[in-house]
Design a binder for this molecule. Structure first.
Ligand code: GLU
Length: 307
């Protein structure tokens, strides 16, 4: 052991964190495959975490189906909501005490603004997709008759990180979004908080996920930082698109893994097709383990484009 490398053996830990809102499609499977390959190439541990807090969107049976789909594709995991582990529980609905304890460590205030009020507020600055919260409730004057959300007092600082696929990313969350909701006014903990808490507490070292979540990352790093942790290494991978270049979505009728499975598809051919969709030179039907090594080569190629 030396000062620069205090850990005699570093164990990489990655995760796949689906929301059980319906059947997985090929795009979800491709992201899971990439996250699995990244960790298996590093000889690390792969964790499955169920992001099942949003009760309005959760579909019964979907969590079991995800496990069946992943296993059918030939992916395995070391910890998950079906296997007990040191960092469990792995279902977010069973981790509420963790979120409460984390929120208690943060500087927060109750907020009773409605969405419309925030949108209409003259001082709210609009960015492309999001609205900056103008801090209406930050002085402590709220509408006591309304249910309240919990907002984080966001410090004015720029978060910069290096994404393995996208390169350097910087965001000043204070300037672009303002104070963040970490608990909705219906009591549900916000995705940004729970993701940060879980990645931190589950000792995740590598987060690989779809690039639709790139814009969430600075917020999560900020939260991890405020909780006294060190953020993982991120890789935001392209979402799979159809022949029109549109992103595969459950709503858009992308075939689900279950439908392919029920229709008698060969999982090794699906794995090969997923690899082909990434431009990998794979001609034969393959198990995920046959692709080990191709991931880091692909990542190098992605990084070469960063300039
Ligand atoms: N639960 C999120 C989703 O299914 C993924 C969250 C994450 O990977 O950070 O889109």
């Amino acid at each position: 052991m030396n000062e620069l490398n205090p850990s005699p053996k570093f164990i990489a830990r990655g995760r796949f964190a689906p929301s059980p809102t319906g059947e997985m499609h090929l795009g979800n499977a491709r992201t899971a495959l990439l996250a699995w390959l990244q960790i298996r190439e590093l000889g690390g541990q792969f964790v499955l975490r169920l992001e099942d807090l949003d009760f309005g969107r959760v579909r019964p049976g979907s969590a079991d189906l995800i496990l069946q789909d992943l296993a059918w594709l030939g992916l395995d995991w070391d910890e998950g909501w079906d296997i007990a582990g040191k960092f469990g529980p792995y279902r977010q609905t069973e981790r509420l005490a963790h979120y409460k304890a984390a929120a208690a460590k943060l500087e927060t205030y109750p907020c009773t603004c409605t969405r419309t009020e925030v949108l209409l507020s003259a001082s709210a600055r609009h960015t492309e997709h999001e609205v900056r919260y103008p801090g209406t409730c930050s002085s402590g004057v709220t509408h006591p008759e309304r249910p309240s959300a919990l907002r984080l007092r966001v410090p004015d600082k720029t978060i910069t990180f290096w994404d393995l696929v996208k390169g350097k990313v910087s965001q000043n969350v204070h300037d672009s979004l303002g104070d963040l909701v970490i608990q909705r006014n219906d009591g549900v903990w916000a995705y940004q908080l729970v993701c940060a808490v879980d990645d931190l507490e589950m000792q995740i070292s590598h987060v690989l996920r779809g690039d639709d979540l790139l814009s969430s990352t600075a917020r999560q790093i900020l939260l991890i930082d405020l909780l006294g942790g060190i953020a993982p290494i991120y890789a935001h991978v392209p979402l799979m698109t159809d022949y029109r270049g549109e992103r595969l979505a459950k709503r858009g009728g992308a075939p689900s893994i279950k439908a392919l499975r029920d229709g008698g598809a060969n999982p090794n051919e699906i794995v090969r097709d997923l690899a082909l969709s990434l431009g990998w030179n794979v001609t034969q039907s393959s198990q995920p383990k046959d692709l080990i090594g191709l991931f880091s080569r692909w990542l190098e190629g992605q990084q070469n484009h960063l300039g």
